[in-house]
Design a protein around this ligand. Structure first.
Ligand SMILES: Nc1nc2c(ncn2[C@@H]2O[C@H](COP(=O)(O)OP(=O)(O)OP(=O)(O)O)[C@@H](O)[C@H]2O)c(=O)[nH]1
Ligand SMILES: [Mg+2]
Ligand SMILES: [Zn+2]
Length: 361
């Protein structure tokens, strides 16, 4: 579906932003619906009620109509109408992928962090106790997006050879099915190898202070994004990056740097399957449990517990899986409850209407 600029007859000014024939086709639909002149644009950054977009003519700020669905986010391709004096945002092209988390505010809605993402890079900095649960959580989000996940262990210049081996093994144990790369953004080590693994639109994900913006600068080949030292006391980041921002990289890649996430809730909906991918090792073992509905707590003939006993699988892994599963089930139930409540409201409204129209005796 995707065709690079070289294979096409003519280059498009938005090629460095990821424009391809698939998007061309999606735009053609809109030419049929809107008679005036149209251009595509990619959302680079969002503001309250406005968007910074890259158009074929350059960067531009456009108003975001509130009724537009889905609400455009960083990475979206949008259609601009040029009939009036100001470009008008007419539509959002259907998303290929979407990186979403549950809204932190407690409502069971989700927030799309970035749209049309091809690679999700989970950035992990070395720590005395590796945050493996968080890696698993970020990876589940990544699988859920439809993009390809990768894990990058950064700041390897801070580790001795032995420490690096241990840290890599730990991260790999939590990142089965996703590639793990070690880099030092500061020294430029491992950057070109990593670049070779990236494709399309790449999102950097990870906690504040992990080194996302420093890695982004290393990939850009210039210090464009602000970075700041972590706090001396507890090594926590300072939330230096405050906006999600999309930038073209040399070599046809597109990068989205993100602010360190304080909380990443799993989505209630499709996240169950993504969890099974993150914990594919446990799932593979569970096929051999005697009982189909084995919970791997104390059942006889449990293949998962046997593997833990034999030291093949970490106990931590099963505990982490359970924790994320409980969270996901809770969110799914909450989403169901909200849908039920909305349905009830609708029925009540219909009944009220019917009563109002009933002829009175
Ligand atoms: N030694 C070393 N330090 C690094 C490396 N990468 C990043 N750092 C340092 O880690 C600190 C945090 O880096 P940032 O790139 O600002 O981290 P971030 O993930 O973007 O943080 P937020 O924007 O707050 O989410 C800075 O002081 C960087 O210089 C590295 O490879 N080696
Ligand atoms: Mg940053
Ligand atoms: Zn079992």
């Amino acid at each position: 579906m995707t065709t690079s600029a070289q294979e096409r007859d003519t280059a498009h000014p938005l090629d460095p932003y990821g424009w391809d024939e698939g998007w061309e086709l999606a735009l053609a639909q809109h030419h049929r619906d809107h008679p005036g002149p149209l251009v595509p644009a990619r959302v680079v950054r969002t503001h309250r009620g406005a968007l910074d977009v890259q158009t074929p003519l350059g960067p531009q700020r456009v108003g975001a109509p509130r009724a537009l669905l889905p609400e455009p986010t960083t990475g979206d391709w949008v259609v601009l109408g040029l009939a009036g004096t100001d470009p008008e945002l007419l539509a959002v092209l259907p998303r290929r992928t979407a990186l979403s988390r549950a809204e932190v505010s407690g409502r069971s809605t989700e927030q799309v962090l970035a749209a049309n993402v091809d690679t999700v890079v989970v950035v992990v900095a070395p720590a005395r106790r590796a945050p493996l649960g968080r890696v698993e959580r970020f990876l589940t989000l990544a699988w859920d997006s439809g993009a390809r996940p990768l894990v990058v262990l950064t700041k390897t210049d801070l580790l001795s050879g032995r420490e690096l081996t241990t840290a890599l093994a730990e991260v790999e144990s939590a990142a089965l099915g996703a590639g793990v790369h070690a880099v030092s953004a500061e020294r430029g080590a491992g950057i070109e190898e990593l670049r070779g693994e990236l494709s399309g639109t790449v999102v950097l994900l990870g906690p504040s202070g992990a080194g996302k913006s420093t890695l982004a600068n290393a990939l850009l080949g210039e210090d464009r994004l602000a970075t700041a030292a972590v706090r001396a006391g507890d090594g926590k980041g300072r939330h230096t990056t405050v906006h999600r921002e999309l930038l073209p990289l040399p070599g046809g890649l597109v990068l989205v740097d993100t602010p360190g996430l304080r909380a990443v809730g799993l989505r209630g909906g499709g996240a169950a399957e993504s969890l099974q991918r993150t914990f594919a090792d446990v799932e593979d073992l569970a096929v051999d449990c005697r009982f189909g509905d084995c919970t791997h707590t104390s059942e006889p003939g449990c293949a998962v517990l046997a593997a833990i006993g034999a030291g093949v699988v970490d106990r931590r892994r099963l505990d982490s899986y359970r924790k994320l599963e409980r969270e996901q089930e809770f969110l799914a139930a909450r989403t169901d409850a909200r849908l039920r409540a909305e349905r009830t409201q609708r029925w009540k409204a219909i009944h009220r209407q019917q009563r109002a129209h009933r002829p009175r005796p």
